[in-house]
Write a protein that binds this ligand. Sequence first.
Ligand code: NAD
Length: 438
Amino acid sequence: MKISVIGLGYLGTTHAVAMAQLGHNVIGIEPDSSRVQALKAGNLPFFEPGLEDALRQAISSGKISFQSHHDDLSAASDIHFICVGTPQISGQQSADTSYVFAAAGQLAAVLKPSSLVVGKSTVPVGTARHLITKMQEVSGFVPRLCWNPEFLREGTALADSMLPDRIVIGSDDPEYNQALKGCYQTMIDQGIPVLELDLETAELVKVSANAFLATKISFINAMAEIAEASGADAVRLAEAIGLDNRIGKSFLRTGIGFGGGCLPKDIRGFIARADELGVGDSLAFLKEVDQINLRRRQRIVWLATEELGDIKNKKITMLGISFKPDSDDLRDSPALEIALRLQALGGVVTVHDPVALENLDKKSSGLISEADLSTAVKDADLMILGTEWADYKNLDPEAVSSLPRIKTIIDGRNVLNVDSWQIAGWRIIAPGRNIVNV
Ligand SMILES: NC(=O)c1ccc[n+]([C@@H]2O[C@H](COP(=O)([O-])OP(=O)(O)OC[C@H]3O[C@@H](n4cnc5c(N)ncnc54)[C@H](O)[C@@H]3O)[C@@H](O)[C@H]2O)c1
């Protein structure tokens, strides 16, 4: 099929490469010309394991190309996927859908009546129907539109795109779904279930799934608060309750909470949308989910202060600043926010990360960025593990022991082996646990 993918961020680039891997002819459209140049040269504008190799293969097979605007060729695509961002509006809870409406408006100006428009961005329920009206005002006909939310996770994005747990398609007309199912036929043939829904339900699948995942994380972090106050151990608690197969252990690890470009803004946008719909009470619990999550960040600041006394002029090293491992995404990163809060308290904060330091200058200031791990930890008064990169999980406490001045680490993600760190002479502190250090 001839495919256009509109918006080449984490979602759009991955989707474009995935579609090329399925054998389609893909044109990626992105207004940021430096991004287009990078992609044309086979360079990913962000870090995502395995995606750059797949991009280069797609380029050399002639299956993918990139440009800044629609042209006759892209307009003639069988399917146009809208993959632009829907960030939180600054100073508000709501999702900013202006990029979706702008991209849809530009597409409507060149759209062919036979082409299918497929929204993949995460949007507030009701957006797709509004989009149909707006596009019709430009194109003069009712666009054939489906909503097909994306569930990929950064760090495993390409594999998630190629082998999703399910394919969700929302539309007003089952006939529209046929073209999209044809596009995904190779995946469907592998047994991936397809759910054909109405537009509103399809939009809701994505935000409600994210709300559920966020709730699960905040649930165990609320238990961590109880554990901290009562002397219990939230890590062992999570292990015990996670073995109940009605509950399951995934998303039940206590620590500094969730961040990134999706969960936080999606639950806030969902709360705002429920308010608009007059059913704000239904999602009142999500406000608490958000608050529990944000309190975890302050908990680490509190633990650091308890350990160091006055933070002022203390040297603190943050291990990891991306919001999750195997990603360079700093959007709403808990580790980065903690580093900045400690710096605001007068701490001299050095940050290390295997891939995300490059993005730091644009987003923050004042933190000392150090790419060499030994140098980053050498003079630290305190180390904090902020992102559970394998490099940190696999740190040999004996080897690190020869470097720092004071041997205290806060394991913000509860991934270190407490016994081996203590045997190597470290004090180890972790949220949700009452670890006895002798
Ligand atoms: N990042 C993820 O892991 C992920 C996973 C699932 C769903 N989503 C959803 O996918 C959407 C995109 O997220 P992202 O992380 O890729 O965002 P992003 O900010 O990385 O990328 C968005 C891209 O769209 C481009 N863009 C903006 N306006 C445009 C226009 N008019 N025409 C063409 N391109 C335009 C931007 O320049 C940018 O490159 C969001 O709704 C997000 O919630 C993201």
